[in-house]
Design a binder for this molecule. Sequence first.
Ligand code: FPP
Length: 241
Amino acid sequence: MMALSENGKLPPPQHVAIIMDGNGRWAKNRGLPRTAGHKAGGETFRRIANYCRTIGVKYLTVYAFSTENWKRSQEEVSGIMTLLERYLTEALRDMEKNRVCFHFFGDLSRLSPKLRKLCEDTQSRSSEFHEVQVNFCLNYGGRDELVRAARAFAADVAAGKRSPDSLSEDEFANYLDSAGVPDPELVIRPSGEMRTSNFLPWQTAYSEFVFMNVLWPDFRPEDLDAAIEEYHRRNRRFGGA
Ligand code: FPP
């Protein structure tokens, strides 16, 4: 068993990825509109992101909006977009105080010009901060990411910059949205669903998955501790003996 850190807890993985699921059910259980569930989910995100910083997680990647989520009602989609706009506006305001580096995975071209500008501004203005990085997956789909990467590589081949035979796994990873970010060691999906739903298929090839029975708005720092403990109980061998 690994040594406990100063606070008596097991050291966290350097990169934690979370599928923030269960907002709709949380709201339904309370007779509230689904958007109320997303609002509560956004608050949980703030709390968990702060906690990740406290315990020393270096990268936190969250699934905020998938390429499939556009199929939801217009009201729900615009509710989520408004929450994201508010969050990023606040992040820009508090940039110097919080010193978090923001990245965005996904095809941002389909977002509103306002939200896209907020994404670009937070990413560029936070690029000087290196201690903690939050990756928001927005209009993200893992297969879409792989197709975009394949297209970008093909374009480099067509331009004579690359040759197909020279492509390695590491080089292909540089064409992904996650270029330069180490793979997540731990992926958490709350809400009782046991699927990965097109979330980081390349990057999670060797990740530990922890599925939990709590709805995302109810997810507490203690749940993250429990997931990290579960991660440490597993014996990670990467296919070796
Ligand atoms: C999945 O729950 C959640 C989403 C599709 C949206 C996640 C967005 C947020 C938590 C808000 C983003 C804002 C910030 C500030 C991070 P679901 O609606 O699929 O839940 P259900 O399966 O119970 O219906």
